[in-house]
Design a protein around this ligand. Structure first.
Ligand SMILES: [Fe+2]
Length: 588
C-alpha cells in the first residue's frame, strides 16, 4: 500500500460524534495502550476510511446499517509492529518477505536498500520503491546514505545530489539511510555535508551507524543531525548514545543478535525506554522462519524482564515517534491509521488478526487479502556484466619457487586480520595451500563491466570444496570467488555470469549447490520456500564439508566491506582499511 498519510478530519470527527456511521467497529477488546502503558479492558474501536475515529467504552453511536462489527471476545489489541531499519533488498523479493513478516505482526517496514542502489543506481532504487508500493503493508524508504565508503577503491553506483533531491520528493521516501562511513561526517566531506543539510532543511530523519565512535567524534556525528544508531552491542554503548539525545534501534537479526545482552541491563538499570526500538538490520529466510521478526524481539525482551507493554511500545510507538510520524501511526487512538494487531495470548504473540488501514489482511493467522504481484523489469535481472572468465584470470604470477604473500585471515565470518604466509609456485603460478588452509580469493567488477579484478589469498575457510562464489557483497557488489583451484573457480564464476547472479558451490568441476539471485545479482525471484531450500543447501554443504564458520555466506558478503577493519578485497586491489592503501599480494 502507498504509505500516504492523508486524512479527512471532518469524516473522522463526524464518526466520533455519531453524525456518520463507522465502516468497522471492533467490539470487546482488551486494548494495549502505548500512551499510558496500561491494558484497558472492554474497549470499543470505531474505524472510518482507514483511520480510528473513536476509542472508548461504547461505540454504539458509531454503528450504522453498513457498519461491520467484529466481536473480539476480550482478545488483546495492539498497534502494528514496525521494523525501523531493515535491508529489504536481500534473498527474497519484498512481496515474499512481507508474506511471512506480516504473520509476525509487522505492518510497517523502513527499508534501507543500499545494495539495489549500488548495483542499479537511482533507477533501481526508484523501481524498488514502486515494487513495494502495492504491497499490503506500509513500506517507507530511506535514501542510501554515504555510498560508496571510498570512491578510490569502488565502482559501486551512488546518487548525485540532484538524484538525492528527486528521491526526497518520492512520497514513500522519508529520510536518509544509515550513514555508515562516519569518517565522511567527522572529516566533513563536502558532499556528505550537503546531503545532511538538505535532509535537515526538509525535516527528514537521518539514520546513523556509530560503531567505533566515542566522545569527540560521536559528538561531531550527533551534532550533524544524525540521531539514531543500531550498532550498539552492549548497554554501555546504548547509554552513552542515549545521553547524547540519540535513539537506539536494538538489533536482533541475521547479522547480529544484540537484544538479550542489552535488554537485561535496560531492565535492571530502570532505563527510560521511550527512545529504544527493535530492528532487524536484515533477516535471512531461515531466521525469519525460525525466530520470527519484531514479535520475537518483544517475546525475548519480556523473557529478559522487560514490562510487556513497554516492549510493545518499543515495537510500535517509539519507531513512529522517531520518524516524526507519531500523529499518524504507532498507537490505537482517534485520528491514527488503523494498523491493529489482535492477539489471543500476549505471551505467544502470534497475531490472530491483522488490520492495516482498517482492512483485514490476516485472519486466523493466515493472509486473507489479495496481494498484487509486481513484474520485475527485465533490465533489473540483467546486471552481471562479466565477460567469459578463464582459469588464467585466477593466476597469481611469480618467477620464484616460493613466495611470501599477504593473507586475509578470517577470524569470524566478518572480522579479518592482516597476516602473511609463504606459498609454493608451480609453473609461474602461486598456489593455494590445502595444508595451510590458505585459499585463493578473487574480486571482480561485475557492475560496470570492466575486466578489472584482483586475486589474493585468504586463510581459515576450511571447507573441502573447489570454489564458493557470490555476486552479492555488501554495498560493493563485486563478484567474490573463494577457491582451492583455478578450474573450479572459473566454473563457479562463469555459471554466475551466465545465470545473472547468485551463490554457488563447485567441486571437481561439478556444481554442488546453487542459489539464483536473479534481481540485481542480490535478490532471488523464486518463492520464499524455494529460496529457503537453496540457502539451507548452500550453508549445509559448506558446513558439512568443514567450513569453520556457522554462516559461511557472510564471508563473501563482508570481504569487500571497507567500513570494517582490517584487510579487505575489492576488484581494485587488496586493501589495508586503516591506512586506506593498496597492499601488494606477493610481498617477496
Ligand atoms: Fe544496516
Amino acid at each position: 500500500m502507498h504509505s500516504g498519510l492523508s486524512r479527512s478530519i471532518s469524516a473522522l470527527n463526524s464518526v466520533a460524534t455519531g453524525s456518520k456511521p463507522a465502516d468497522l467497529v471492533l467490539h470487546n477488546c482488551s486494548l494495549v495502550n502505548v500512551y499510558t502503558r496500561e491494558i484497558v479492558p472492554d474497549t470499543e474501536i470505531a474505524i472510518s476510511q482507514g483511520r480510528i475515529a473513536y476509542v472508548g467504552k461504547n461505540a454504539s453511536h458509531t454503528k450504522g446499517k453498513q457498519t461491520v462489527i467484529i466481536d473480539l471476545e476480550k482478545k488483546f489489541v495492539t498497534p502494528g509492529f514496525a521494523d525501523p531499519h531493515i535491508h529489504l533488498d536481500q534473498f527474497v523479493t519484498p512481496l515474499e518477505f512481507v508474506k511471512k513478516s506480516i504473520l509476525c505482526g509487522v505492518t510497517s517496514l523502513f527499508a534501507d536498500s543500499i545494495d539495489i542502489a549500488s548495483t542499479c543506481g537511482y533507477r533501481g532504487f526508484s523501481e524498488f520503491v514502486k515494487m513495494t508500493s502495492e504491497l499490503p503493508v506500509r513500506i517507507f524508504h530511506v535514501i542510501p546514505g554515504g555510498m560508496p565508503v571510498d570512491r578510490k577503491f569502488s565502482h559501486g553506483k551512488t546518487f548525485s545530489i540532484s538524484e538525492e533531491k528527486s528521491a526526497m520528493k518520492i512520497p514513500d521516501v522519508i529520510g536518509l539511510g544509515e550513514v555508515f562511513s562516519w569518517t565522511k561526517v567527522t572529516q566533513r566531506d563536502p558532499k556528505t555535508m550537503k546531503t545532511l543539510s538538505a535532509m535537515l532543511e526538509r525535516n527528514l530523519v537521518i539514520n546513523g551507524h556509530t560503531a567505533g565512535l566515542a566522545d569527540k567524534k560521536l559528538n561531531a556525528y550527533v551534532s550533524s543531525g544524525i540521531l539514531s544508531c543500531h550498532e550498539p552491542i552492549n548497554f554501555d554503548q546504548v547509554l552513552e548514545r542515549l545521553r547524547l539525545g540519540m535513539w537506539i534501534m536494538i538489533r536482533e537479526g541475521s547479522i547480529r543478535r544484540d537484544l538479550t545482552e542489552i535488554i537485561k541491563f535496560v531492565h535492571s538499570n530502570g532505563v527510560y525506554t521511550d527512545r529504544l526500538m527493535f530492528c532487524s538490520d536484515g533477516l535471512d529466510p531461515i531466521d525469519l522462519t525460525k525466530f520470527g521478526h519484531i514479535d520475537h524481539c518483544v517475546r525475548e525482551s519480556v523473557k529478559a524482564g522487560l514490562n510487556q507493554v513497554d516492549a510493545i511500545s518499543m515495537a510500535s510507538k517509539n519507531c513512529f515517534d522517531y520518524y516524526n510520524m507519531g500523529k499518524d501511526l504507532g498507537g490505537i487512538a482517534p485520528g491514527k491509521l488503523a494498523d491493529i494487531l489482535v492477539f489471543d495470548d500476549l505471551n505467544k504473540l502470534k497475531p490472530n488478526k491483522v488490520f492495516i488501514g482498517g482492512r483485514l489482511v490476516v485472519s486466523n493467522g493466515s493472509i486473507v487479502s489479495k496481494i498484487k504481484k509486481y513484474t520485475i523489469p527485465k533490465w533489473m535481472t540483467k546486471t552481471i556484466k562479466l565477460k567469459k572468465i578463464t582459469e588464467n584470470d585466477f593466476l597469481v604470477k611469480s618467477k620464484s619457487d616460493l613466495v611470501n604473500v599477504n593473507v586475509i585471515d578470517m577470524k569470524t565470518e566478518i572480522v579479518t586480520e592482516k597476516s602473511s604466509e609463504s606459498l609454493s609456485v608451480y609453473n609461474g603460478n602461486v598456489l593455494a595451500s590445502h595444508e595451510k588452509d590458505v585459499w585463493k580469493v578473487a574480486a571482480f567488477d561485475r557492475i560496470s563491466g570492466s575486466a578489472k579484478h584482483t586475486v589474493a589469498f585468504l586463510r581459515n575457510f576450511g571447507a573441502e570444496i573447489g570454489a564458493f562464489a557470490s555476486t552479492w557483497s555488501f554495498h560493493e557488489n563485486d563478484m567474490i570467488v573463494i577457491g582451492s583451484n583455478e578450474k573450479d573457480m572459473a566454473i563457479a564464476a562463469n555459471h554466475l555470469a551466465k545465470t545473472q547472479g547468485g551463490m554457488i558451490v563447485v567441486n571437481n568441476g561439478k556444481i554442488l549447490s546453487f542459489m539464483p539471485l536473479q534481481m540485481a545479482g542480490i535478490v532471488s525471484t523464486d518463492n520464499f520456500e524455494k529460496v529457503t531450500e537453496n540457502f539451507e543447501n548452500i550453508s549445509q554443504i559448506l558446513t558439512d564439508r568443514g567450513c569453520k564458520f556457522k554462516k559461511p555466506h557472510l564471508i563473501p558478503l563482508f570481504l569487500p566491506f571497507l567500513a570494517l577493519p582490517s584487510i579487505r578485497i575489492l576488484f581494485s586491489g587488496l586493501i589495508d582499511v586503516k591506512t586506506r592503501s593498496f597492499l601488494k599480494v606477493v610481498t617477496g
